[in-house]
Design a protein around this ligand. Structure first.
Ligand SMILES: [Cu+2]
Length: 508
């Protein structure tokens, strides 16, 4: 509405100016045209000079006023290692084009004033001037060459792949971003640092990226909903698309690369400012101290709500704006913690379904996940004070039906147990066997005790001293973990547990 009123006012103003000049023309015709015309161009000439000064000052003042909104300044300083190359390139180009901008405007308006209509007009004639020719040929040529050469150099640095000999996982990480209408699927490689192979023919409702499950590299790949990256470590992003052209754009990191269906591209960059320090930096600017939600004055300030983001910079369809994803830059420890909380897509969604080529077989990714889970559970139990917190269920050991004989598959979990007990030589545990409530309570008691004994025997046969077991006991069905009413509940109750004892040191 305001814009419309301003527009109407400007139109009115234009009409008034035209009308006034009409009146002047008529009065000029009455006074003597020659003199009137000279007076008029005289005024125009001066008017243009004044306009030039106001315009150039306005340009400089507005540039200074809005500097915090410009790339490379204040809040918009680049958050990646290569970012300043782009910002500097733009700043240098602006410097030279700025000189040309100011000079041409001064000349333009000065000429309009200098050669305004007078009684005895006289032009300056320059038939030929070598010096002038050299100046206006050589200077632009030298400046252009400088800009192109430094630009190419920056381009080659920015677009370079990881250096030869860089070790994946150690010197850099690799992730994959697949664009589609309208979201990004982000893939992290898991513990092996390798992203598994894909085949578009395998894309289905349960396999959004067409990962080839017969490739073991896919087994630990994770598909988180956000990008989390460690600060200071180069990351190589593989960029692809499943349908139309998209564009992988991280404005704060000066990363921008087309996602082309059928033609994988990549971009290597190094984040250098964590999300937290970026928020701190932004908190110094008044623009970022206002509420993040303009409708809600109580909402947290903009700097606190700030997040780096991934956007699609290609107009790929009506839902284009929903391709926004949050990007978090954290320190290495927090990154590792986040990674450990992500679960493998294959293990959570495909494992032991009909789509799993390894159904019923032992696979490495599952074993290493089980090891991580057991280690985490043991560490948690060791730090627990409450007795309930000190219980660790050995989830991946099983027995032959109705017997205390350990199944072959249990050896994986038990060898992990051996490793952990060796790693923490001070901890002592009670081995507790439990059954469900079906059958005779007395034989359940005997069976659970025999099963706990089996575990104890296995561990001592692998060199763990029996003095590290505070007790080896069977509880039968007396300590149910959950209700025995359903088959799942009964399966949950048939279990073997460690109860980690408080070490002497901790007991003190
Ligand atoms: Cu898009």
């Amino acid at each position: 509405m305001t814009a419309l009123i301003i527009f109407i006012c400007l139109v009115m103003l234009g009409i008034i100016v035209v009308q006034i000049s009409r009146v002047r023309e008529i009065s000029a015709a009455m006074r003597g045209e020659e003199q009137a015309s000279i007076n008029s161009t005289n005024r125009n000439g001066w008017g243009l000079l004044v306009f030039m000064v106001v315009f150039l000052i306005g340009t400089v003042v507005s540039a200074i006023y809005y500097k915090d909104s410009m790339l490379g300044y204040g809040p918009w300083e680049a958050s990646s290692a290569h970012g300043h190359l782009i910002d500097d390139g733009i700043a240098i180009t602006l410097f030279f084009t700025g000189i040309v901008f100011v000079l041409t405007h001064i000349l333009l308006f000065w000429f309009a004033y200098r050669y305004r209509k007078t009684k005895s007009p006289k032009a300056d004639f320059i038939s030929h001037d070598n010096k002038l020719e050299v100046i206006w040929t050589l200077i632009p040529a030298v400046v252009m060459t400088g800009l192109v050469v430094s630009g190419l150099d920056a381009w080659n640095t920015i677009m370079a792949d990881v250096p030869d000999g860089a070790v994946l996982g150690q010197d850099y990480t690799e992730i994959e971003a697949t664009g589609y209408q309208f979201a990004w699927d982000l893939r992290y490689p898991g513990a092996d640092n390798l992203i598994g192979t894909k085949n578009f023919r395998m894309i289905s409702a349960t396999n959004p990226l067409g990962q080839d499950w017969s490739d073991a590299k896919n087994h630990d790949d994770m598909l988180p909903g956000e990008i989390v990256l460690p600060v200071g470590k180069p990351v190589r992003v593989r960029i692809t698309s499943k349908d139309v052209l998209h564009n992988f754009y991280l404005p704060h990191f000066r990363v921008k690369m087309d996602a082309v269906p059928g033609m994988p591209t990549y971009f290597v960059f190094t984040p250098i400012i964590t999300t937290d320090s970026m928020r701190n930096r932004l908190s110094e600017y008044p623009d970022y101290q206002v509420p993040s939600d303009p409708e809600d004055p109580e909402s947290e300030p903009r700097w606190k709500a700030f997040n780096y983001e991934l956007a699609c910079a290609e107009l790929c369809g009506t839902g284009h704006n929903s391709m926004r994803r949050i990007v978090k830059i954290v320190d290495e420890a927090e990154y590792q913690k986040w990674l450990s909380e992500q679960s493998s897509y294959y293990l959570s969604n495909i494992r032991n379904t009909d789509a799993d080529p390894y159904k019923g077989q032992v696979i490495a990714a599952e074993l290493s996940q089980q090891k991580r889970e057991l280690t985490t559970a043991m560490q948690y139990a060791m730090s627990g004070v409450d007795s309930l917190d000190r219980v660790v269920r050995l989830r991946n050991i099983s027995y032959e039906t109705g017997s205390a004989n350990l199944t072959a598959i249990s050896s994986y979990e038990l060898s992990n147990v051996v490793e952990i007990l060796q790693q923490y030589p001070d901890i002592r545990v009670e081995i507790a066997g439990h059954t469900d409530n079906t059958g005779d309570p007395q034989s359940n008691m005997a069976l659970s005790e025999a099963r706990a004994m089996s575990v104890s025997n296995y561990l001592t046969s692998k060199g763990i001293s029996s003095s590290r077991f505070t007790a080896v006991r069977g509880y039968g069905s007396t300590r149910e973990a959950t209700s025995n009413d359903t088959e799942e509940g009964r399966a949950e109750n048939r279990r073997t547990e460690f109860i980690v004892a408080l070490t002497n040191q901790e007991a003190l």
